[in-house]
Design a protein around this ligand. Structure first.
Ligand code: SF4
Length: 315
């Protein structure tokens, strides 16, 4: 199978993966079945996003839940362009040299959130290591613009790690998003092959710092399984996240976008996901979502309400 091409200018979508050998793509098991798109509401969602040329992680990452989510007008917007400065082995987002920031993007995102009528929105971004603040101010502008147009909408951000960007985290936390999500993606032993531009303990520390800066802010992190991790490593990762007082853990099955991406090593069964969920709750997470099709932003609005209720109950 050929590497995916950028259809707009025919350059490879992932130039850094061009030289890599093909990885076999395993056949998906019966428990990974996704809802097809194409409903009337799905098309409405698509048109609202297209009107302002907004980028979504739903499309860019090839999310398997897009048919379900967009049919409920749930979409996760990806700000700061469609090109990432990192080159993670699992990710389908285009890599390369990004374009300059669109200063009108925060306003466009806010307009789309209003048109979609979202009670809860998840905003994520590509990694922008080229920017002095890693894009922290752009996150803040986007949060402000949404609050101005839709004051009742709760806001969840899913951020990059702002590695070596002094003050970036503080800037974003000061804008008071309702949920601060930063994904670990995988266990530390996989970092060199799966997430080579990132540092596991930097990500843990980032989540811990969010709580130190604002103890009332909900924190969330997620991983994919099926990347060759050992069960005990997942349990250790849970402990690391609890040491950083992370509230909400998501665990989902890694799906391989193309033959050039990291191979799926195994498909974790629904029973194993359930077992991870039980163990994670026993370790003190307020909320856990662990299933084959769990993704960071899947059912994020409902989960936010459950998160709030769980905190109230625990007080
Ligand atoms: S799970 Fe998240 S990324 Fe996937 S389609 Fe739904 S909103 Fe988009």
């Amino acid at each position: 199978m050929a590497t995916m091409m950028d259809t707009t200018n025919e350059r490879p979508r992932h130039p850094e993966k061009e030289h890599k050998p093909d990885n076999e793509m395993l056949r998906k098991p019966s428990w990974i079945r996704v809802k097809a798109g194409g409903s009337k509401v799905y098309e409405e969602t698509r048109n609202i996003l297209k009107d302002d040329s907004l980028v979504t992680v739903c499309e860019e990452a090839g999310c398997p839940n897009i048919g379900e989510c967009w049919s409920k007008k749930h979409a996760t917007m990806m700000i700061m362009g469609d090109t990432c400065t990192r080159a993670c082995a699992f990710c389908n987002v285009r890599t390369g040299k990004p374009v300059s920031l669109d200063i009108e993007e925060p306003g466009k995102v806010a307009t789309a959130v209003k048109k979609l009528g979202l009670a809860h929105v998840v905003i994520t971004s590509v990694d922008r290591d080229d920017l002095k603040d890693g894009g922290a101010r752009h996150f803040v502008e986007t949060i402000r613009a949404i609050r101005q147009k839709s004051p009742a909408t709760t806001i969840e951000i899913l951020t990059p790690d702002f590695l070596r960007k002094d003050g970036a985290l503080e800037t974003v936390v000061a804008a008071k998003p309702d949920v601060f999500n930063h994904n670990l993606e995988t266990v530390p032993s996989n970092y060199l092959t799966v997430r080579p531009g990132a540092r596991y303990f930097h990500s843990i520390r980032l989540l811990q710092q969010v709580k130190e800066l604002d103890s009332s802010m909900f924190t969330k992190s997620g991983i994919m399984v099926g990347l060759g991790e050992e069960r005990n490593e997942v349990l250790q990762l849970m402990d690391d996240l609890r040491s950083a007082e992370v509230d909400f853990l998501t665990i989902g099955q890694y799906l391989q976008p193309t033959r050039k991406h990291h191979a799926v090593k195994n498909f974790v069964t629904p029973e194993e996901f359930k077992s991870y969920e039980t163990i994670a709750y026993s370790k003190g997470f307020l909320l856990v979502s662990s299933s084959p099709l769990t993704r960071s932003s899947h059912h994020a609005g409902d989960d936010f309400n459950r998160l709030r209720s769980a905190r109230e109950l625990s007080l």
